[in-house]
Ligand binder design. Structure first.
Ligand code: ZN
Length: 721
């Protein structure tokens, strides 16, 4: 289900990807699969004919360097938009309007992530645009604190706020508070982003607290058990004085609609007013109105150049929803959007994924604007056409199978721009809508972001490789080099197109958000991964000519186990446990499979020269284990068995072996690889004749800082209140 997942995946992708080259093994894949979004795992492979499945359609430009910049744990990658120039002018015009609509919502994600982010961002823009000269004329370019502040600002932009996009914890500043305060005092006071009535010194104190006090609002999203998740999370979806109990009571009091439950709470902030809990709706005339009005303005333009009636209807319904703020209108929009299958151009724009809400109600703003990659889409269609076959032979219990698997319309898209929660860190696959009943009744759309994945892969090839370090044998390395890309792509496709669409919830059982609560996302990602894993080692894929042999499945299994047992730990700091849903899911599946197969030595742990490896000895048996796990996770979802789900996640998905963790960190450190990747968008510029757009040009010239300042100048619509 859920789009969400997909998105997340992308984020992961970034890091993972980074480099597999040398020995490369498994790594890349792992990631990919797990996430919903599926990230980009691509990294490993060398380009070679056998692995180059993904697509011809993503042409390579020899002049373009993919990796634009590296800092902290991040690298920024430029992606190309192959095929854009060849689109007819009307489609380009449509893409341009949707591009503007996407960027118009950018402010929203900053404010959603944390209530101080917008003001801080505007202050940072001021600092970054003033060059390197201090108030008293001193050149700061060689000053280490200044450099560290700039790195902090770039990390802030990358994460859309002060909390790390992945670990969710506040960045640690490596510049002094005094330095920061002096810097701000040296800025032109008239340009400071003050709140109404705020004195500059008040702002300086307040924002210093935000940056330097790790004791407050340390985590954006807290999902651990045993704490008040609402109070403990810094994310700006709930008023500061609200408790989890009050929020839960509020949602429990809303009407239940049999069979078509709207996503209540998706587009609101909850606050307490006069002792009562109230929802402030994100809509025209409501909260975030100045940005949403701009979005609507551009969407209205888009309706005038829609490709067909169905697409126009969908856009009109999206506008209606932004105006009414009614989540039932959101449902109507999603139904129209799912039914728009003929159009070449597509857009995701709204409050969608709920990962940033510890309770899973609130949608983070995001937009992804794209057009269909016709060639690569054929591969997914092949899988899609077999959806019923996969469902019929799936190891899940007969009563949990869908008699008619519907509406799976996987495709490969070429991204034109991303915004909000999808940028600069991006998903590599998207599966929407998230509403369960719409998915069941009307189907869903599943896409993989072809040009993004391609850029990740290319960027990985520019850097050093990492997988080699973690592969135990040359044979495994060779196999991964040969088939790693293909295994990643197929894992992603199966996860999205078949995995999330498979299975059904028993009559009378609530949504997984209600039944499985904070474990719902982890268990759902696990379920989709297991569908992919199960079939990746199935002759059917060979028969369909999707892969040349079962060796591709072996590579996928190697990657998954290696990542789930070890590699992904590189994203955690010493002492941390796993909180992120996709990471939990991967470790849960891997550790649980390891334990199930222990008596048969299906997976064995080997330590050679102080290096730990997990080695699969029997791939067929591991497939059977994955089938068993899938059956159980589907049962948990179908029956809404919270206790069973909780036990699995807590027992296998959360805890980290500190020794193994340190080993992973040490081995990674030696490789010097940026664990996270994100993307710089192209710029679209309309070519006018009078007041008519006759063509749209695409440019790739901006670097990261330039782009962030450009967006700040052109798309700042929300006040700092
Ligand atoms: Zn997923």
């Amino acid at each position: 289900m859920h789009l969400n997942k997909i998105r997340k995946s992308l984020k992961f992708v970034g890091f993972i990807i980074t480099n597999l080259m040398k020995r490369t093994i498994l790594f890349s894949l792992l990631l990919a699969s797990s996430l919903s979004l599926t990230v980009l795992a691509a990294a490993n492979k060398q380009p070679n004919k056998d692995t180059e499945t993904s697509g011809s359609s993503t042409a390579t430009d020899p002049d373009l360097e993919y990796t634009a910049e590296r800092f902290a744990d991040i690298k920024l990658i430029r992606y190309r938009v192959p095929g854009f120039e060849q689109l007819d002018p009307k489609k380009k015009e449509l893409l341009y309007y949707l591009y503007e609509a996407a960027l118009s919502g950018r402010d929203i994600i900053y404010d959603q992530n944390y209530r101080h982010n917008l003001q801080l961002r505007k202050l940072f823009e001021l600092i970054a645009s003033q060059g390197t000269v201090s108030a008293d004329g001193e050149d700061l370019s060689a000053n280490q604190e200044y450099k560290n502040l700039m790195t902090y600002i770039k990390r802030f932009w990358f994460s859309n706020g002060v909390h790390h996009h992945y670990s969710n914890t506040k960045f640690e500043p490596t510049f002094g508070m005094e330095f920061f305060q002096d810097m701000v005092r040296g800025l032109d006071e008239d340009q400071l982003p003050l709140k109404e009535g705020q004195h500059p010194e008040e702002m300086i104190m307040e924002l210093s607290e935000v940056i330097f006090n790790n004791g407050s609002d340390y985590k954006k999203v807290v999902k651990s058990s045993g704490v008040d998740l609402v109070a403990a999370s810094a994310v700006n979806f709930y008023g500061e004085d609200l408790t989890q109990k009050e929020v839960e009571a509020y949602y429990a009091s809303l009407p239940k609609e049999e069979g078509n439950q709207p996503e209540y709470g998706l587009n609101t902030k909850l606050v307490k007013e006069g002792g009562a809990v109230k929802a402030k709706t994100w809509k025209v005339g409501g909260m975030y109105s100045p940005a949403i009005e701009k979005i609507v303005y551009w969407l209205e333009k888009a309706t005038t150049v829609a490709e067909n009636a169905q697409q126009r209807e969908a856009l009109q319904k999206l506008i209606a929803y932004y105006k009414s703020g009614d989540v039932k209108d959101w449902d109507q929009y999603n139904i129209a959007w799912v039914n728009d299958t003929e159009s070449r151009v597509d857009v995701v724009n709204g409050f969608i994924e709920v990962y940033n809400d510890p309770l899973g109600y609130k949608g983070s703003f995001e937009s992804v604007v794209s057009f269909k990659d016709l060639e690569a889409t054929q591969r997914i269609e092949k899988i899609s056409r077999e959806a019923q076959w996969f469902e019929d032979v799936s190891p899940i219990m007969a009563e949990h199978k869908k008699a008619n698997v519907k509406g799976i319309t996987g495709k490969v898209i070429t991204v034109v721009v991303e915004s909000g929660d999808a940028s600069p860190s991006t998903p590599i696959g998207i599966n929407l809508p998230n509403s369960n009943w719409i998915r069941q009744k009307h189907g869903s759309k599943s896409v993989s972001l072809g040009n993004i994945v391609h850029a990740y892969e290319m960027s990985a090839k520019e850097g050093r490789s990492s997988l080699g370090e973690f592969a135990i044998s040359d044979e495994a390395v060779m196999r991964a080099r040969k088939y790693g890309s293909l295994a990643d792509i197929l894992h992603t496709d199966l996860h999205e197109v078949i995995g999330h669409a498979s299975g059904k919830v028993n009559e009378g059982v609530g949504t997984t958000k209600e039944t499985l609560k904070n474990y719902a996302s982890t268990l759902e990602e696990g379920r989709a991964d297991l569908v992919a894993l199960y079939f990746l080692f199935d002759q059917k894929l060979v028969d369909l000519e999707l892969m040349p042999s079962l060796e591709v499945g072996m590579v996928a299994y190697d990657d998954y186990i290696m990542n789930g047992m070890m590699l992904q730990l590189k994203r955690l700091k010493p002492g941390e446990q796993i909180e992120e849903d996709h990471m939990r899911n991967r470790q849960m599946i891997a550790k649980w499979a390891f334990e199930i197969g222990q008596d048969d030595s299906v997976i064995v742990k080997k330590v050679i020269d102080d290096r730990t490896y997990f080695v699969i000895q029997d791939y067929q048996k591991l497939k059977d284990i994955f089938g068993f796990q899938l059956r159980e996770l589907q049962r948990i979802k179908s029956e809404g068995d919270f206790e069973a789900g909780q036990i699995l996640v807590e027992k296998y998905g959360v805890k980290v072996d500190p020794e193994l963790h340190q080993e992973v960190l040490d081995r990674y450190a030696a490789l010097d690889i940026a664990p996270y990747g994100g993307f710089i968008n192209p710029i679209l510029k309309p070519v006018m004749e009078g007041n008519r757009i006759v063509d749209v040009k695409i440019e790739y010239s901006q670097d990261f800082t330039e782009q962030m300042l450009y967006y700040g100048n052109n798309y700042s619509f929300l006040p700092v209140e």
